[in-house]
Design a protein around this ligand. Structure first.
Ligand code: M6R
Length: 372
């Protein structure tokens, strides 16, 4: 039921403080230890694997991209992220020494299911990260984790995306539980997880009205570019997918490092551009991308999404009149993408409303893609 919300999509965006809690419920013991029952039983096999391969489609693929860096950092195992359709087009070589994770909201996506059957045939250990209990992917995998985000009705995936990232971060924590030299890092991430629900709530309050005003300004635009790198590469791609899907505006998510390799040719003072800032090793590089964009006159159409603690970025844009800054709550680097996607989920929603579109059932799309 939509309750007081006009659409399921808005309800599901606003449900995220609670859906995140449900995803973590019973899985963080004494606030300091992750316990994912299904994964723990297979921990020694996972640690022995030579590759962790994550296979998914659409938003679920973007969640894998958002989690890859922390999975690699904490597990020290090479992590490969594959689009399910492309994985099968290439008949990607799979070995018994691989652990392959299949990530899906519905657990029924045809491309992802095909990839699962193929990986099983090649003897890999298969893990499911699925929202729908009893779904095909959930049943056919050797073990796994349910997302417990609650049912998602809107065709655009929102609350499941953030729960997927949280589960993959918890898997990374499980994989590094015995590593003494990672303990400070693990403590910081666990603290971030404990505060995440409150930070999502804070972010929604901070951005909701602001984003609605931005949507009214962008509603007649034909094209938008989104730039991010590091953890925020996935955020910009997911933001673009949401805007395309529900607002039918051509939007591209581009790695900010690629700006000078082609996309900068598109940039002029009329093109709306969204840049995601991070407070990690990529910060200086993203600042440099902003300088390049400002030099090409995008000032009046530039939107920067950053943490409210990102003083460097806030100082950079403070003197640039016309630049719109969306501030979100601050958290540890590997969870920041959970907060930074929220204004973009809302932006796509308000753009669709402003354009009088069918928000919950966009044209030509189905919630579960069970055909090829
Ligand atoms: O159910 P799945 O997570 O496997 O679905 C994969 C995609 O079809 C899905 O994420 C799609 O991209 C969403 N509608 C995007 O919002």
């Amino acid at each position: 039921m939509k309750g007081s919300f006009p659409h399921f999509m808005k309800k599901e965006i606003f449900e995220q403080p609670e859906s995140i809690k449900q995803t973590m419920r019973g899985r963080i013991l004494n606030g300091s230890e992750v316990h994912l029952t299904g994964v723990r039983e297979h921990m020694s096999d996972i640690r022995k694997s030579t590759r962790l391969i994550f296979v998914a489609s659409g938003t679920s693929y973007n969640a894998c991209m958002a989690s890859r860096q922390i999975l690699e950092e904490l597990s020290e195992i090479p992590v490969i992220v594959e689009l399910a359709g492309d994985f099968m087009d290439r008949l990607c070589p799979i070995f018994r020494s691989d652990v392959v994770a299949f990530v899906s909201q519905s657990g029924e996506t045809a491309d992802t299911l095909d990839a699962l059957k193929y990986a099983r045939k090649h003897g890999a250990m298969c893990m499911g990260i699925v929202n729908v209990v009893g779904s095909s992917i959930s049943r056919l995998t050797d073990f796994g984790v349910h997302l417990n985000a609650g049912s998602e009705i809107g065709v655009a995936s929102t609350k499941v995306y953030t729960s997927q990232i949280v589960v993959m971060v918890m898997i990374a924590l499980e994989l590094s539980a015995d590593s003494k030299n990672k303990s400070a890092r693990r403590i910081a991430i666990l603290q971030g997880l404990r505060e995440l629900s409150a930070n999502i709530e804070k972010t929604i309050l901070l951005v909701d009205e602001h984003v609605q005003r931005i949507a009214d300004q962008l509603a007649d635009d034909r094209s938008i570019l989104c730039f991010g790198r590091g953890y925020h590469y996935a955020t910009c791609v997911e933001a673009a997918l949401k805007i395309k899907e529900v607002a039918y505006i051509h939007t591209e998510g581009i790695n900010a490092g690629e700006l000078k390799h082609g996309p900068i040719a598109l940039v002029d003072e009329n093109l709306p551009i969204v840049v995601f800032s991070s407070m990690d090793l990529t910060a200086v590089k993203v600042q440099s991308a902003i300088h390049q964009l400002l030099a090409r006159g995008v000032r009046q159409r530039l939107i920067v999404v950053c943490s409210e603690s990102d003083t460097q970025m806030l100082e950079l844009v403070a003197s640039r009149e016309g630049v719109d800054v969306i501030k979100v709550a601050h958290t540890v680097d590997c969870l920041q993408s959970v907060l930074s996607i929220i204004p973009m989920q809302l932006l796509s929603y308000y753009l669709a409303v402003a354009r009088k579109l069918n928000v919950d059932c966009p044209r030509n799309l189905a919630k579960s893609v069970t055909v090829h």
